[in-house]
Design a protein around this ligand. Structure first.
Ligand code: DPM
Length: 346
């Protein structure tokens, strides 16, 4: 008897492999007769470690090599952290599933000697490692007594630097990554949206495949979590409408309760001195059952299991919030941040 083998592409980092394994296990429980194989590879983002992410200038830093493998049909689909996927994907590629979101917030991970402190109670002059313009902009504003320094490398590398290099007093890392790696006990503080809003798509896993590979699309569609995908479409459409990527500080926070989808978003100057934050919500209509027969993309996401009405509303919410911020002058803040980032030395 022939056993069907489906090949899954993944980055090589331990976190990426844990995430891919999660998707593999979910699929194995839905399709016990299919055999899955993981093919892992390094990306430019993994190889260039001496430059900050926002400066390497490539949009698909952590995804390019995997997308080439997808195009060449060496793999059937690829598992990514949704936040590493640009709002516009290469021609022919699509996100065919978004799995249930982990905690989307950022965590403060402090050196052992400061373990019981918080950002607010750390001594003046302490150095916090992050290469995220978004994290730095928001936190510098609230904690002018702290210094921020770039740090690169995967999660293990960063934690090693924190523990052994004496260069950093703490790091800012996604709660989701820490939890998945089994490092929850190292979190000193979880940052709320009032102090530091998270990145677009943070905490959610995305499965990318070829748009015309209907068989794969059908198979992975079962992985999508409805609440997660609606929030993430709203967040991605917000970022797309602002024209943002990881070279400008854009942050979001979303909630879906009692059919109401709420999206909060902000844009910041690099030092956080200038900021525009606004929020908007929409009562979703769950009664209109108009699933589309065609494949329609919302911020590069396809979700045939979910009503088009809901997906469309989520996308419109993101556009509306972006327009609200643009009317208040977001374009100027973003353009300045982009220029300053190009000129900065770090
Ligand atoms: C992106 C950013 C970072 C990653 C920028 C941002 C953080 C870089 C840094 C787009 N991708 O968040 O503002 O702090 O220097 C990344 C992580 C995860 C996915 C690690 C992390 C795990 C969490 C998830 C890196 N990508 O943010 O701590 O799956 O959402």
């Amino acid at each position: 008897m022939d056993v069907e083998v489906v090949r899954i592409g993944s980055r090589k980092s331990q976190l990426a492999l844990i995430q891919t394994d999660y998707v593999l296990k979910e699929l194995t429980s839905i399709y016990p007769n299919i055999s899955f194989e993981v093919i892992s590879m390094s990306t430019i983002g993994d190889k260039i470690l001496d430059k900050s992410l926002s400066k390497i200038g490539e949009k698909n830093l952590f995804t390019k090599e995997l997308e080439i493998a997808l195009k060449n049909k060496e793999v059937d689909f690829v598992v990514h952290s949704l936040k590493d996927l640009p709002t516009t994907l290469p021609e022919g590629m699509i996100i065919g599933a978004v799995c249930k979101r982990e905690n989307p917030n950022d965590a403060v991970v402090l050196h052992e000697k400061h373990k019981d402190l918080t950002l607010a109670t750390l001594p003046a002059g302490c150095v916090i490692g992050t290469s995220s313009l978004r994290r730095r902009a928001q936190l510098q504003h609230f904690h002018p007594h702290l210094k921020f320094k770039s740090v690169r490398g995967n999660l293990n590398t960063r934690l090693n630097k924190l523990d052994n290099d004496q260069l950093y007093d703490g790091l800012i890392l996604a709660v989701a990554g820490m939890n998945r790696m089994g490092f929850s006990h190292r979190i000193s503080q979880i940052l709320l949206d009032t102090e530091c809003m998270h990145a677009v798509g943070q905490g959610a896993l995305a499965v990318e495949c070829q748009k015309d590979d209907l068989k794969t699309l059908q198979m992975i569609s079962k992985l999508t979590d409805q609440d997660t995908v609606l929030k993430c479409i709203a967040e991605r459409s917000f970022m797309k409408s602002l024209g943002g990527g990881c070279s400008v500080p854009i942050a979001v926070f979303s909630e879906l309760k009692n059919c109401k989808l709420k999206l909060k978003g902000g844009v910041f100057s690099l030092d956080g001195a200038k900021s525009l934050i606004s929020e908007i919500d929409y009562l979703l209509n769950y009664n209109k059952e108009n699933k589309l027969k065609d494949i329609k993309e919302y911020s590069s996401i396809v979700s045939q299991e979910i009503s088009d009405e809901l997906l469309h509303s989520a996308e419109q919410l993101g556009i509306a919030l972006a327009n609200k911020l643009l009317q208040q002058g977001a374009r100027k803040i973003l353009d300045e941040a982009h220029q300053q980032n190009e000129l900065s030395v770090e």
